[in-house]
Design a protein around this ligand. Structure first.
Ligand code: SAM
Length: 267
């Protein structure tokens, strides 16, 4: 396994560096739609008990029984109303063991994938976490409910606006929601204690490695859209190198935008 990790480290480093040779382009404009006003645990909301039984069952059967054990992650997933993040005509399937369409050709991830990726980040209250791919806002809501500062970026304007509006209405004060190309990260609030990418990149973006604190973790699906991708755990050493481990096979929608080489996901 060690050899595999070392080989992966070089390949991902090479992957990341190969992009360094690409012509530098300035990050496109970003638009802050919601700005955090209360850091960490104080900025998280409380929720009513609507559909609580289905949520408990989802956490118990789909997440705990598959090995996610981080109590902060499980508590957040027991409390955040997932049904608020899916389109009205799909609300009855909000707690099903699957991703769901959220419009514009995008999806809210399967509950288990959200739990597994969140646990892998090994977060502590007060951490600052960057999410690439806000989508419905559900992953951001789970992170915010854990008492971390969340910075989340979504490239598709209507999705970004819808998620920012929902997160504000739910009472989150520890989430900054931005519309823009997350391939470039968000320099203004860097560095980050953790980075989670919820769309499949073709390589590990060097800008995200730059914005990750030394010793910290990024979880990112890498591979071509429509194929099986590798969910990678990228750890940045104190010397700024990256070590990469392949956690599992996944199937995410593509990371779009000019630098990742896929057309924008907007349909
Ligand atoms: N975290 C989301 C949730 O909880 O609903 C999952 C959303 S979906 C799996 C991935 C999202 O990444 C889509 O909304 C897509 O538009 C977005 N995306 C793709 N490329 C992006 C980019 N370069 N920058 C920001 N968002 C991007």
């Amino acid at each position: 396994m060690l050899l595999f990790s070392v080989l992966f480290a070089f390949s991902s480093l090479a992957l990341a560096q190969s992009d360094d040779n690409a012509p530098k382009t300035n990050p496109p404009d970003t638009n802050v739609l919601l700005r955090a006003v209360e850091p960490g645990p104080e900025g998280r909301p409380t929720f009513d008990a609507a559909r609580e039984e289905e949520r408990q069952r989802m956490v118990e059967r789909q997440i705990e029984q598959r090995g996610v054990a981080d109590e902060a992650v499980l508590a957040a997933m027991r409390s955040v109303p997932r049904h608020a993040f899916v389109p009205p005509d799909l609300r009855d399937r909000a707690y099903a063991d699957s991703p769901l369409p959220i419009g514009h050709g995008q999806t809210i991830s399967q509950p288990y994938i959200v739990g597994f990726m969140t646990e892998t980040l090994q977060l502590a209250p007060g951490d600052r976490v960057l999410e690439i791919g806000t989508g419905s806002g559900y992953q951001a809501a789970i992170l915010g409910a854990m008492g971390v500062d969340v910075v989340t970026i979504e490239i598709i304007q209507p999705l970004a606006e819808q998620a920012a509006d929902l997160l504000e209405r739910l009472g989150y004060d520890n989430i900054t929601a931005i519309q823009g190309d997350g391939y470039y990260g968000y320099e203004e609030l860097a560095p980050y204690d953790a980075i989670i990418v919820t769309a499949a990149a073709q390589h590990v973006p060097p800008t995200l490695i730059e914005q990750l604190k030394p010793g910290q973790r990024m979880v990112i699906p890498v591979g071509r859209a429509g194929w099986t991708q590798n969910l990678l755990l990228v750890t940045k050493t104190d010397e700024g190198q990256t070590q990469t481990r392949n956690l599992m096979s996944v199937a995410f929608v593509p990371l779009t935008g000019e630098r990742n080489g896929e057309q924008n996901g907007e349909r």
